[in-house]
Design a protein around this ligand. Structure first.
Ligand code: GDP
Ligand code: IMO
Ligand code: MG
Length: 419
């Protein structure tokens, strides 16, 4: 049984909570794409955990949590995440945690290049997280730079770092940035090699065995469809394919083994970084959503841009990802707005459309309005939700042509309602 969990919007939809929820009693979880641009929150056992590279299942010691070849890894961030979790009493050993030897390493020069590229883009900057994600995927496409394998077999590590640095240092010199020495990057890699080596191995072998034994596997996606390098908003995207196909590729699973794709969405929209956002609310309502939903980045702390739910984007994401069920979060948050709007069509070049055009920035949203609700006690069953909330949820199902599987009425594990 393979379930893939993906983001339907611009990230931060609650994939961490969905992955943690779904990983109960599963055998294997694979974090599949992106790097520490992601920030996945889990609220369980009365505690809040923020994961950037570790899979959101890591707090379940009985599950094997892994990082797939599609992920780019910042060694320092991963190591401190592991150490912090261990300090908090979470078991992380070579038995329950594995990193694919194929994953590429984010080096300090990739982070500096991230800043340089943003500077060069000027007014067209993406608003990246500055974590070196894009430049590391550039190195990967260029087929240079070390992978996790090179922390275990270090004989070519220096050569690979030098090769990756060559072009970067020419750029840094021209732009007036400090050059970075191969020795400093090598020393850093060697330092973390000692600490991380025990977790690095052949993930594909483990995946194949699990598939062969009909075990339950979760693929934890990162980001969201609107940030997909091929299918997202022009160049205002990340550097990987966080859609469902990209996620199974990043995990190392063939598409015919996938049984379910869970599309995670919020009952409104939020976005960090630049780019088109048709339903954005640059007003007090947007501010209210930000405060009610605590919409500040897990990774950067940046206030997130907020707006109404855009169902045109959701329907597109539903088909493109092959979603079989939705996880709909923040039903508690949006209900408190009183009157809620939902975008069901765009006005585009004098026409009314229901698809996503390439130049999304030229779309003006057309809305339908819904009545709000307040969730006071913690309802346990779908039927116990306020009628207005159920109307909203059922409208989403009908519009997106897919059922809502579960609903978030708060961040905690127990604030989840199965529909
Ligand atoms: P991810 O990147 O998709 O894993 O999402 P993030 O963790 O970055 O952002 C989601 C935020 O919403 C986190 O702070 C969650 O704790 C919170 N959250 C998730 N689901 C709900 C929900 O149903 N209600 C409320 N109020 N908060 C939620
Ligand atoms: P999770 O997994 C929200 C956004 C950045 C920026 C763009 C490119 O927590 O949902 P990058 O650093 O990837 O080159 O930045 O993508 N971005 C995210 N926004 N949630 C994320 O991850 C994101 N990962 C990248 O803000 O707009
Ligand atoms: Mg996040």
């Amino acid at each position: 049984m393979v379930k893939v969990i993906v983001g339907m919007q611009w990230g931060d939809e609650g994939k961490g909570r969905a992955t943690h929820y779904e990983s109960k009693n599963v055998d294997l979880v694979i974090r599949a794409t992106g790097g520490n641009n992601a920030g996945h929150t889990v609220v369980a056992n009365g505690k809040k955990y923020a994961m950037h590279l570790l899979p959101s299942s890591i707090i379940r010691p009985e599950v094997v949590s892994t990082i797939g070849p599609g992920v780019v890894v910042d060694l320092e961030v991963l190591n401190s995440e592991i150490e912090e979790m261990q300090k908090a009493g979470i078991k992380i050993t070579a038995e329950n945690f594995l990193i694919s030897e194929r994953a590429y390493i984010i080096l300090p020069h990739h982070k500096q290049m991230d800043a340089a590229e943003e500077e060069l883009k000027g007014k067209n900057k993406v608003g990246t997280t500055g974590r070196g994600i894009g430049p590391t995927y550039e190195s990967k496409a260029e087929r240079v730079g070390p992978r996790m394998w090179d922390l275990v077999h270090t004989e070519h590590l220096m050569e690979k770092i030098q090769q990756s640095l060559r072009k970067a240092n020419i750029v840094f010199q021209r732009l007036g940035y400090d050059k970075i020495s191969a020795e400093s990057e090598y020393d850093k890699c060697m330092e973390y090699s000692k600490k991380l080596k025990k977790y690095i191995g052949n993930l594909q072998k483990v995946v194949n065995e699990n598939i062969r034994n009909y075990n339950s596997i979760i693929v934890e996606g990162a980001q969201g469809l609107c940030l997909d390098i091929d299918h997202g908003d022009r160049q205002m995207v990340t550097s990987s394919n966080p859609n469902a196909s990209g996620s199974v590729s990043g995990a190392g699973i063939g598409p015919t083994f996938v049984n379910e794709v869970i599309g995670v969405m919020k009952a409104y929209c939020s976005k960090v970084g630049e780019g088109a956002f048709p339903t954005e609310l640059n007003n007090v309502i947007g501010d209210r959503i930000r405060e009610l939903g605590h919409e500040y980045g897990t990774t950067t702390g940046r206030p997130r841009r907020c707006g109404w739910l855009d169902l045109v984007l959701i329907k597109n994401a539903r088909f493109l990802n092959g979603v079989t069920g939705l996880c709909l979060n923040h039903i508690d948050t949006i209900g408190r707005l009183g009157a809620i709007k939902v975008c069901t069509q765009y006005e585009y070049n004098g026409e009314t459309i229901e698809y996503v055009p390439f130049d999304l920035e030229n779309c003006k949203p057309i809305y339908q309005t819904f009545k709000g609700w307040e969730i006071t006690r913690t309802p346990k069953r779908y039927e116990d939700l306020p009628i207005n909330a159920r109307r909203y949820i059922e409208f989403i199902e009908e519009y997106a042509c897919v059922k809502v599987k579960y609903i978030g009425i708060g961040p905690a594990e127990e604030q989840t309602i199965i529909k």
